[in-house]
Every structure is written in structure tokens, then in C-alpha cells.
Ligand binder design. Sequence first.
Ligand code: NCD
Length: 311
Amino acid sequence: MTFPHRHLLGIEQLRPSEITTILDLAEDYVALNRGTKKHSDVLAGLTQINMFFENSTRTQASFELAGKRMGADVMNMAMQASSVKKGETLIDTALTLNAMHPDLLVVRHPHSGAVDLLAQKVNCAVLNAGDGRHEHPTQALLDALTIRRAKGRLHRLSIAICGDIAHSRVARSNIMLLGKMENRIRLIGPPTLMPSGIEEFGVEVFDDMNEGLKDVDVVMMLRLQKERMDGGFIPSEREYYHRFGLDAKKLAHAKPDAIVMHPGPMNRGVEIDGDIADDINRSVIQEQVEMGVAVRMAAMDLLARDLKGRA
Ligand code: NCD
């Protein structure tokens, strides 16, 4: 298995064959994680530091668990978004940590591009756990693994990504990954939440759920990212739910075996009906969380091979 990257900063830098390499290796970790003995020593002796400058439940927990299951020394830095200033502060923090000789740095930051900048300043491998509206590569990879397992393939599928596209790094990384793997991508949402010029990415754009969901294989819902909104993007949450919230009636337009996804955290009754989210016959939301641990193990395993190669 070859993975010629020092960092995992985005899907943009990955070739389709490299995406497949990560997903194939993640399958081994799914099996390990389902067993009673969940340990490997792939990262033994290595130090992993998690720096989350923005709130996180799933991503931070799964990176921590992934590192621990592979034998790394894992440290979680408590970073408060409010205490962080752009520029000097971030770089100073990075240089301070760099002096402690970490091997893997997992970073989430509210500014797009901040993680790339940080990667230029340190000697270790950097994994982007989400930067602003830019990229969230491990989320797109775990979504891809979930789709591949549910549908038996990751190409020539019709996939709808719905809701707050404009503020979503999850949407951006998924559009790139699913496009590279040759799927048909439909974006559904109100024009105010659709980035301008998005059609250039080879996607189809809809502002009507019933039309956009017609015959799709996968329905990916997104959270309304209220913390990234500074004005009136939607008339009201009630109106938004009525037009864009996924309920049984709208889902009926998708293929009968279409799966429902959500990266979490969910706003039940805003972008998705709670009963749909909990329907084990349609929703793969819990599988997404499970695949998250496996994908992060695979990504860190591959980057560590490069570290060892250079040592
Ligand atoms: C996403 C994120 O933080 O970008 N969540 C996640 O990582 N599971 C999506 C979101 O916050 O809505």
C-alpha cells in the first residue's frame, strides 16, 4: 500500500486510488473494532496531539479512540475558540507543540486554511479535523466507507447532499470525494444556502426537495450551521423544516432502498425528522460514527508508515 502524503489536509489532494487505499485499510480496522481485543501496536511509541479550536463530539472522540487503539500516546489539548486569535497565536501554539516532538497532530480550527498553514510550520504529520468551511477529509472518507458498505460500490450512484451547503466543509469534502469516484451529485437547498458558481464542480442544483430527491440512492442531510451565519439565511426554522427538512413524505421520492445519512450533530425537527433519523431500515447515522473510528485509524496508520519511512 502506498500513500505518498505527509499530511491529510483535504480530499482535494487525494487521487481516487489513494481514497480506495484508505477505505480498504479501514475495513481491516472495522473488523478489529468489532472484536473483543481492539488493540494494535501500529502507533506504539508515537505521540498524537489533538488540538480542537472548535467544539466537537464525534470527531475528537473518534480520533482519540483511534490513536489509543493503535497504541499511541494521545494528548488532548483543551483549546477554547474564544482565546484563539488568527495568525501569530496559531503559529506560536504550533511551534510550541512542535518542540515537544509530536508525530501526529490532529487539528480543527474555525478558519478555512488554518490547518494548511499550521502544517507548513511543523515537522510532524498533520490531519485536518475540519477547517472553517473548507475541508473535513476524514468525514468524507467515513461517509464514503459507509456508502460503499451499504451499496456495495462507490461509483455510479446518485447522491443528494441537502441543506446548508454554503457553510459546510462536510459538503465540500464530500462533493470532491464523490465526484472523484464518479458519482452523480445533486445539491438541494435554498438559494441563500447554495454557494455561487457551485455548478462548476459538476453537480446538479435543486431548490425543491421532491424534485431533487427523485430516484437517488443516498440522501445526505446537513446541519443548519447557525454559528456560521451572520444574517437571515432562512425565514424561520419552521419554514425551513417544511420545505427542506427530511420527512417520510419527501424521502418517498428517493429510491425505495435509499439510505439516509447525517454527519451529526443533528437538529431534529429542523433538517431531519427524528423518526427518519432513528429508522434502522433507512438511517445509517450510527454506522457513520462506527466507520469514523476505522477511517481515522486507517489514515493515521498510513501517515505513520511515511513517518517510519523517513526516520
Ligand atoms: C460536522 C463538522 O463539524 O463539520 N460535524 C462532524 O464533524 N461530525 C458537521 C457539523 O458541525 O454540522
